[in-house]
Design a protein around this ligand. Structure first.
Ligand SMILES: *Cc1c(COP(=O)(O)O)cnc(C)c1O
Length: 352
């Protein structure tokens, strides 16, 4: 039986990516060596880095004002690196508090400047995206979490503000079109929708930099990684390579435009099945529902084990919800085929 991986992350990647990655572990690009042993400064790997940067620029429609970096430390390191590099001590950064990850980002940013939490959906267990808020006059940027992986909410309408957006897009980058000119910086841990764990993608507009006086350790300074083209130290060679394989797959399948169409089709069908069943209920406010992480509860929680067993039996793995929401969460990133979603819909329908 075919098994489908609905895990929130590390998450599903296309099968062809696994096959190409395995081949490169044995021998990379006719070099006679494994990808795991080649130098990060070899011509063959430099080509991969250049290709990765070019693919990201093409897929996200970035102009030359933006730099693309491959870093380590996860999205969690960007919580402090972003503020350390972008927020002057006497300035304010506005944060929208939409879940566990933004709460963590706020905590770290407070080490570097004034943080104004402009709105929070905490009192309703982060089941919606706040939309009415004002920024203070001295605000340098507005930080957002575009998709709340744990709570299954997603920003569908980007705020109309006159400061740049700094956005944690870990779980929905490359899933839909973006008004890129609004963004001063985007960051994403790769393991949700980009590649394997171990590399963190940072896209930064150059005019965001050079505004802080503080001394920044060399490794934590974005300028270092821009100047050294993400190879100041040894970059995570294999995670970068696998991410590039995935981006090639994405481009060959119509880029972000096609991904968005398929993702919307998959998510709307799944939400429809949940809404039509008397046994299940979606947790997120309808207008803020995530197209990537579909969270739902059972009206009768005592039957959760039974539903989980039925899902597992049908090949749907890792659908248990995060402990802070309970119930179920189906993560349906770019690489989740429509048949996988169809299989889960059948389980829901049969159960109902
Ligand atoms: C998973 C996740 C993170 C944490 O990523 P790490 O790479 O593990 O640090 C941060 N933000 C969001 C939105 C996530 O989904």
């Amino acid at each position: 039986m075919k098994k489908y991986n609905f895990s929130p992350g590390p998450a599903i990647l296309p099968q062809v990516v696994f096959e190409e990655a395995s081949a490169a572990v044995k021998e990379f690009a006719g070099t006679g060596f494994s990808i795991l042993e080649i130098s990060h400064r070899s011509a063959a790997f430099k080509e991969i880095m250049d290709e990765g940067e070019a693919l990201i620029k093409e897929i996200l429609h970035l102009n030359d004002d933006y730099e693309v970096l491959f870093l380590t430390g996860g999205a969690s390191s960007q919580f402090y690196m972003s503020a350390m590099n972008l927020l002057a001590k006497d300035k304010t950064a506005a944060y929208l508090d939409t879940g566990t990850w933004s709460t963590k980002a706020i905590k770290e940013a407070k080490l570097f400047g004034n943080i104004d939490v402009v709105a929070s959906s905490k009192d309703s267990n982060f089941n919606y995206i706040p939309k009415d808020y004002q920024l203070q006059g001295d605000t340098s940027y507005l930080h957002l979490t575009s998709n709340n992986t744990i709570f299954g909410t997603q920003i569908h309408s980007w705020p109309d503000v006159d400061v740049p957006l700094v956005c944690d897009m870990s779980s929905d980058i490359f899933s839909r079109k973006l008004p890129i000119e609004k963004f001063g910086m985007i960051y994403a841990g790769a393991q949700k929708n980009t590649g394997p764990a171990g590399v963190t993608l940072v896209v930064i507009r150059k005019d965001m930099l050079g505004k802080v006086e503080r001394e920044i350790p060399t490794m934590l300074d974005y300028q270092t990684h821009i100047t050294k083209k993400s190879a100041f130290n040894t970059p995570p060679v294999f995670p970068i390579y696998v991410s590039v394989l995935n981006l090639r797959w994405l481009k060959a399948h119509g880029g972000i435009e096609e991904m968005q169409k398929t993702n919307e089709r998959k998510a709307l069908r799944l939400y429809d099945a949940i809404d039509q069943s008397a046994y299940f209920i979606g947790t997120a406010a309808k207008e803020d529902r995530s197209m990537m992480n579909v969270c739902f509860l059972m009206n009768d929680p005592s039957r959760e084990a039974e539903f989980l067993a039925a899902a597992t039996e049908a090949g749907c793995e890792s659908i248990k919800g995060h402990r802070s929401v309970g119930g179920f969460r189906a993560s349906i990133y770019n690489a989740m085929p429509e048949e996988g979603v169809e299989t889960l819909i059948n389980v829901i329908n049969n159960f109902s």
